[in-house]
Design a protein around this ligand. Structure first.
Ligand code: AMP
Ligand code: FES
Ligand code: ZN
Ligand code: ZN
Length: 311
């Protein structure tokens, strides 16, 4: 497989885009695309101050790297959750985040939940019993709260997270299964500022997870490979597996699922009653069933093709 831009050996093949690129061109392509998405969804402008929520994983470290390469003013925020799980998950992810910030001379804010509130996430979860056993619900709630609080207190215009397409498609899948209209209406690349909360953006939401892994590896970014130990068996991982099966059989399905949703939401057609009159339906000239086609309905048009030709 050859790079489409220079003909050298390709390092990354993106079946869904029918595009293969060598290392150098891939490392150019990802920031170019990110910049395009930032402009398309009007995420932020070059004069705004951005706070990137960095977990030490490949997505958020790559996001920070990309924004800085694009020349944006982006500082980092790491939230210490106090999660152990054998590999000392929180300590290791903090170490890698600090290492990245130091190597690139970037400003990193660190908030320790235990220092701030007296309890780590697992302890907070035990005490409040939310999430019944698993601390994930308490964790998600706390992270959102802290990201909002720090962004507002430190006067950042925008809060950026590293959610990728796989994350967004899994959330969309879950919200669709339950038809959670209020969540669906709020899901998107940009959540506008409201009531003292900064605007929230997801500049990587159109990149597949494997594209972000490739970026981090080819850029030589040192990130934490392990998932949070509590994520094992979670619903979102289950949805991601199902979507991956669909994607394997139909390359591009995940991207289409997400982009068509954004388009339907933007146009308003998702949440309004369909107006049959406005759709200009009229009876098929052959069978009388309502159709939007000018004369024959789709069925009759098909049957026309299989009609024996008169002798
Ligand atoms: P997750 O909810 O773990 O899938 O993470 C989604 C996004 O939230 C990441 O890409 C980060 O931008 C952000 N995030 C997750 N964990 C942390 C953390 N401990 N500190 C700061 N940001 C985080
Ligand atoms: Fe919060 Fe796993 S990252 S429980
Ligand atoms: Zn090339
Ligand atoms: Zn509150």
């Amino acid at each position: 497989m050859k790079c489409r831009k220079c003909g050298e050996k390709a390092s990354v093949n993106m079946r869904q885009h029918k595009l293969a690129l060598c290392k150098d061109h891939y490392l150019e392509w990802i920031p170019e695309q990110t910049d395009r998405f930032i402009k398309k969804y009007q995420m932020f402008s070059p004069d705004e101050r951005i706070l990137v929520a960095v977990s030490g994983g490949k997505d958020s470290l790559s996001l920070w790297d990309i924004l800085v390469r694009l020349g944006f003013h982006a500082d980092g925020l790491y939230i210490g959750l106090g999660i152990d799980g054998g590999i000392n998950y929180s300590n290791e992810s903090q170490r890698l985040t600090e290492e990245f910030a130091n190597q690139n001379n970037l400003k990193l804010h660190i908030v320790e939940i235990e220092r701030e509130y007296g309890l780590s996430i697992p302890a907070l979860s035990m005490q409040t019993q939310r999430g019944l056993g698993k601390p994930c619900a308490v964790c998600g709630l706390t992270k959102r709260h802290e990201m909002n609080r720090i962004a507002r207190d430190l006067g950042y215009d925008v809060l950026a997270t590293g959610h990728n397409l796989d994350d967004e498609a899994a959330v969309l899948f879950g919200n669709t299964l339950t038809w959670s209209a209020d969540y669906l209406l709020r899901q998107g690349p940009v959540l506008p500022a409201s009531d003292g909360l900064s605007r929230k953006v997801k500049p990587l939401c159109r990149f597949y997870e494997r594209e972000m892994t490739a970026y981090a590896l080819l850029r030589g970014i040192n990130y934490i490979y392990e998932e949070c130990p509590h994520a094992v068996g979670s619903t979102s991982i289950y949805y991601k597996e199902i979507l991956n099966q669909i994607e394997t059989a139909r390359p591009g399905a995940k991207l289409t699922f997400y982009l068509r949703f954004l388009e339907a939401r933007r146009s308003g057609e998702l949440f309004v009653e369909p107006n049959l009159e406005a759709a200009h339906l009229h009876p098929c000239t052959n069978c009388g069933q309502l159709t939007s086609a000018p004369d024959l309905c789709t069925f009759c048009r098909m049957m026309e093709k299989v009609k024996p030709t008169p002798v």
